[in-house]
Design a binder for this molecule. Structure first.
Ligand code: PGA
Length: 263
């Protein structure tokens, strides 16, 4: 298949400056420069990105940094966007990746599929790889509408992009009802949804792009279930919330990726 595995930590609104630096140091100690076959990405809160970047640049690390969101425009001249963080600022902070369309941002900030699409485009224009999240509510899941719902989100996010840009993007399937709950879909379901997303990419951009795009699973991914989820054919890694706040748990997931993902 040839797709490089991805293990990304989404720290959400956790840590202090000191604890984020400590966590980065611990992750550096156990994970850095040992897993060249895995893209290990950390996404701290905006305010701690610099502190975490200092830990890794000091080490000339191969762990990469991401943000958790970005403002959808890059205004020329005076930037009248109080409280926002621009794509240029993320570049300044050495971010190579940015999560977009996380269900918490869709819910708390009212981010629509169209707004998410603007963020994706802007990031790609500026050389930052988007980690595009999608995922259904429990209601949609129970009604059997997952594939249709998730396909709608991804179709809008990718429409109008070039094949090259889509091939380097990352998609994360995160059922809302699995995030932070300890509930996880059965592995067959995860694989089927990720296969459907890959099928949509194939329909929109062709086979080569579909084989290149990386699709992650997220939602209560832990050391205890990583061995069931990571080897799935259509899963190229994980987006990890809670378990990424513990260096050992995070490392256990990275180890599972190395042992189990035959790419
Ligand atoms: P979780 O979060 O691993 O704590 O469920 C995943 C996410 O929201 O990205």
């Amino acid at each position: 298949m040839g797709r490089k595995a991805v293990i990304a930590g989404n720290w959400k609104m956790n840590c202090t400056w000191a604890s984020s630096v400590r966590l980065a140091q611990r992750i550096s100690d156990c994970c850095d420069k040992k897993y060249p076959d895995i893209d290990i990405i950390l996404c701290p809160p905006f305010t701690y990105i610099k502190g975490v970047a200092n830990v890794f640049s000091f080490d000339r690390s191969d762990i990469q940094l991401g943000a958790q969101n970005v403002y959808e425009e890059m205004p020329e001249g005076i930037a009248a966007a109080t409280g926002q963080v621009s794509v240029e600022m993320l570049k300044d902070l050495e971010c190579s990746y940015c999560i977009v369309g996380h269900s918490e941002c869709r819910q708390h900030n009212g981010e629509s599929d169209e707004l998410v699409a603007r963020k994706v485009k802007l990031l790609l224009e500026h050389g930052i790889i988007p980690i595009i999240c999608c995922g259904e509510s429990l209601e949609v899941n129970k009604a059997g509408g997952t594939v249709e719902f998730v396909s709608g989100q991804i179709r809008t996010a990718l429409e109008g992009l070039s094949a090259t840009d889509v091939a380097k993007s990352i998609i994360a399937y995160e059922p809302i009802w699995a995030i932070g709950t300890g509930e996880v879909p059965i592995p067959e379901k995860i694989d089927a949804i990720c296969a459907a997303i890959r099928g949509l990419v194939r329909e929109m951009f062709g086979s080569e792009v579909a084989e290149a795009v990386r699709i992650l699973y997220g939602g209560s991914l832990k050391p205890a279930n990583a061995h069931q989820i990571l080897p799935l054919e259509n899963v190229d890694g994980g987006l990890i919330g809670g378990a990424s706040l513990d260096a050992e748990d995070f490392h256990d997931i990275v180890k599972s990726a190395k042992e189990l993902m035959k790419r």
